[in-house]
Write a protein that binds this ligand. Structure first.
Ligand code: BEZ
Ligand code: MG
Length: 748
């Protein structure tokens, strides 16, 4: 603890005491206090205080999570910033690392006044904010709502997952069979196939007891080999970024390779690539790239070569610490657009001030054609699974991916509806228009879009455009079997006798000034009994419809009715670095709506993830496939978890977060395979050495991880055998004892 401030002093100094007390009760409240004092947590180093931002305050209170409109921060929160300004008299504050709470405090969305909380809290204190280069959307909120100067930082290097353990054996067994099958007796070949199957079972790529007839061998083995390729080639983040430390040579190499692949050179000779880079030989590099992209246009390798040579040079040095110092000196920080290194290498060097976009150019015209292609890809995947075209689709939209792709996800929604952006005579996007049905060539699909609060704030015009597109479809004079929007809207009108404006509302988000579904917060602290509560939380928070004029109204009944018709839910992946098990927001939003659909319909619907993060044509995976892929390529992959454990305390916290997020998907979709939990238990808790390592690095997260797996078992997301669950419970208790200092070491 750095400081204790008496409650009397707080009460005297707090200008907005009445507002805070109305929300949180008499000072000092419950956070960071002993009842007599409020705490400032942190440690000082000379003139520098490394302080900890207090929590939002409602994390432990499920009812507040459901209904909180958010009227004031806690005593501790307001006190912390007042203390920084007035008592500590900081000359500047550096918010360290993406996504704090200050900029999400109650108040107007834009053009904040002195009555808005972020403005009250930060006041005239210069606010420098170190921010992930790939998260321009939340970064923009920090600029708009908390007057931040952003300094971009590099995301972790990415690398190929590669194969490990039994996956390597399985590949070898498959290749062995491929080489030998033609020349051997049937019995010998059968033995090889049995070996392949046994290994595939061990890898959870094939179910135990399944039989393949000899006629199926080639097809089955080829499908397995495909799955192995996908696992091996998947890009994963490798460790964590450390500010001030440039990438290690090998990591830089891997990152540049992934950038080259993303740029279209899909079949690179890695050794030649490395030699050319090392020698800084642009000529040979261009040759390597040219060979790796046979049918590309002539000039592409030249441009790609130039990009890679520049990137290789910038990645050698750190650009971030010097930028922080420049900002603290009150000097200019160069602007740069936000994005992913793979898709937008121009974000390098980092250490620059992230900026936004031109709202009148979004969706961009190339985004429209790409979005249409991707929408058809989604429909094709669904048709392959179910044999039908969906009538209604739920699409989750975030700000980040739309900013980075210049609106491809928005364009997907328009394409499903059979609409496109409408431009004015200056070429600015100002609304939507319908494509004729003959041109569309299939029925218009009803699209429920749920926006993150961030999307709603950053893209108000696009929010209206989406609402306009639904309205246009609903009011088009067309056969309802060719126009599912109209079909559902007319049915709703008939049921409820409302006007078509209301019945056609399809764009939902939080109440103005509120963010998040809070499903993730409920999950995280375990404060729920059954999954229905998660559905409730979701629809309470996201039950606000935004219309084509930008007006918002609470429309819970309509939302619940629209949910009944939804045939599938999906979301686009934002970047390679952030998988759906990396952060809790994916299951909070996509998982949340899936659970709400399930409740409304009384049955599960398919959930898809569209992955267009690393160039090429992209892929649409089922949720089950995506969780399995991330589990294999990240959590269970020694390459990934060792890269995390290299970062000690934080690495263990990341592993634990992935486990919790995995359970979030079970809770919201029920679609995580039980083997995932079995393997996670074996890898991180039941393995004595690993358990000890985790506990020594971060006992709190180690204990939470074990308890989460037990919770998953108690909630019946997997059926652990008696021995495993006993061992897990013993390990959990042991970790708790270690945490409380009862035992000095973790028992084997
Ligand atoms: C967004 O950009 O909309 C977003 C970013 C992080 C979490 C949730 C939403
Ligand atoms: Mg968060």
């Amino acid at each position: 603890m750095f400081q204790r401030v008496s409650v009397d002093d707080h009460v005297r100094a707090e200008p907005w005491l009445a507002e805070i007390e109305a929300q949180w009760g008499p000072a000092p409240g419950k956070e960071w206090t002993d009842g007599q004092h409020l705490f400032v947590l942190g440690e000082s180093f000379g003139n520098v205080l490394v302080g900890i931002q207090p929590p939002m305050g409602y994390e432990g209170d499920p009812m507040r999570m459901l209904f909180e409109g958010g009227l004031a921060p806690t005593h501790a929160f307001s006190h912390f910033y007042r203390w920084l300004r007035e008592d500590f008299r900081a000359d500047a504050v550096l918010h360290f690392g993406t996504h704090g709470s200050l900029e999400f405090m109650p108040g107007k969305q834009v053009g904040l006044s002195g009555q808005c909380w972020p403005d009250r809290l930060i006041a005239d204190l210069p606010n420098v904010y170190l921010y992930a280069a790939n998260n321009p959307s939340e970064g923009l909120i920090a600029k708009r709502r908390a007057a931040s100067t952003l300094i971009s930082y590099l995301t972790p290097p990415v690398t190929h997952s590669d194969l490990y353990r039994h996956l390597v054996d399985l590949r070898a067994a498959i290749d062995h069979w491929r080489q030998r099958a033609a020349d051997i007796e049937h019995a010998a070949e059968e033995a090889m196939i049995n070996n392949v199957m046994a290994l595939a079972v061990r890898c959870e790529l094939c179910q135990e007891g399944v039989e393949w007839s000899p006629a199926e061998w080639a097809e089955k083995v080829s499908a397995l080999r495909h799955q192995l390729d996908e696992i091996e080639e998947a890009l994963i983040p490798f460790g964590l970024h450390v500010v001030g430390e440039p990438l290690k040579a090998e990591d830089r190499q891997e990152m540049l390779l992934a950038m080259a692949e993303s740029g279209g050179a899909t079949d690179i000779d890695a050794a030649a690539f490395a030699r050319a880079l090392k020698a800084k030989d642009a000529g040979s590099l261009e040759m390597v790239l040219k060979t790796a992209m046979q049918d590309a246009a002539e000039e592409v390798p030249a441009k790609l070569t130039e990009t890679l040579v520049e990137a290789a040079a910038t990645l050698v040095e750190d650009h971030e610490l010097s930028a922080i110092l420049r900002a603290l000196d009150g000097r200019f920080i160069q602007p740069v657009k936000g994005g992913d290194v793979l898709r937008a290498p121009e974000i390098l060097p980092t250490g620059r001030n992230l900026h936004g976009f031109d709202p009148f150019r979004l969706p961009a015209s190339f985004a429209h054609s790409e979005g249409s292609r991707q929408a058809e890809q989604l429909l094709a995947r669904h048709r392959a699974e179910s044999g039908t075209l969906p009538e209604s689709v739920a699409l989750v939209l975030w700000g980040t991916d739309n900013l980075k792709t210049e609106g491809v996800s928005i364009a997907q929604a328009l394409a499903l509806l059979g609409a496109e952006p409408r431009q004015d005579s200056y070429g600015r996007v100002v609304g939507a228009r319908l494509l004729p049905l003959e041109q569309l060539g299939r029925p218009r699909i009803d699209v429920l879009v749920t926006l993150s609060g961030i999307f709603r704030d950053l893209l108000p015009m696009q929010t209206q455009l989406l609402a306009e597109a639904s309205w246009l479809a609903a009011t088009a004079d067309e056969d309802i079997e060719q126009n599912f929007v109209r079909k559902h809207v007319l049915a709703y009108q008939e049921e409820h006798g409302c006007d078509i404006e209301q019945a056609a509302l399809r764009v939902f988000s939080n109440a103005e000034g509120a963010y998040g579904s809070n499903v993730n917060l409920m999950l995280d602290n375990g404060s729920w009994e059954d999954e229905e509560e998660l559905a409730d939380c979701y629809t309470q928070r996201k039950g606000f419809a935004y219309d084509r004029n930008g007006h918002v109204s609470q429309q819970s009944a309509l939302l619940n009715r629209v949910l009944e018709d939804i045939d599938l839910a999906y979301q686009n992946l934002d970047s390679v670095e952030l998988g759906i098990t990396t952060v809790d927001h994916y299951y909070g939003t996509l998982g949340g709506i899936s659970r709400a659909i399930q409740r409304a319909r009384g049955e599960r619907v398919p959930v898809y993830i569209a992955d267009h993060t690393s160039g090429g044509t992209g892929r649409v995976r089922t949720l089950n496939e995506q969780v399995a892929l991330e589990t294999r390529t990240r959590l269970l992959n020694p390459k990934w978890y060792e890269s995390m454990l290299d970062h000690g305390y934080e690495g263990v916290r990341q592993i634990e977060a992935h486990v919790t997020n995995t359970m979030g998907w079970s809770a919201t979709t029920g679609d995580v395979a039980p083997w995932v939990y079995q393997k996670l238990s074996e890898t991180f808790v039941l393995d004595d050495d690993m358990r000890r390592r985790l506990a020594e690095l971060n006992p709190v997260s180690a204990a939470r991880l074990a308890n989460r797996l037990i919770e998953a078992q108690e909630r019946e997301y997997w059926g652990a055998d008696e021995d495993s669950i006993d061992a897990l419970k013993r390990a959990g208790e042991d970790l708790e004892d270690f945490l409380e200092g009862v035992t000095g070491e973790v028992a084997a």
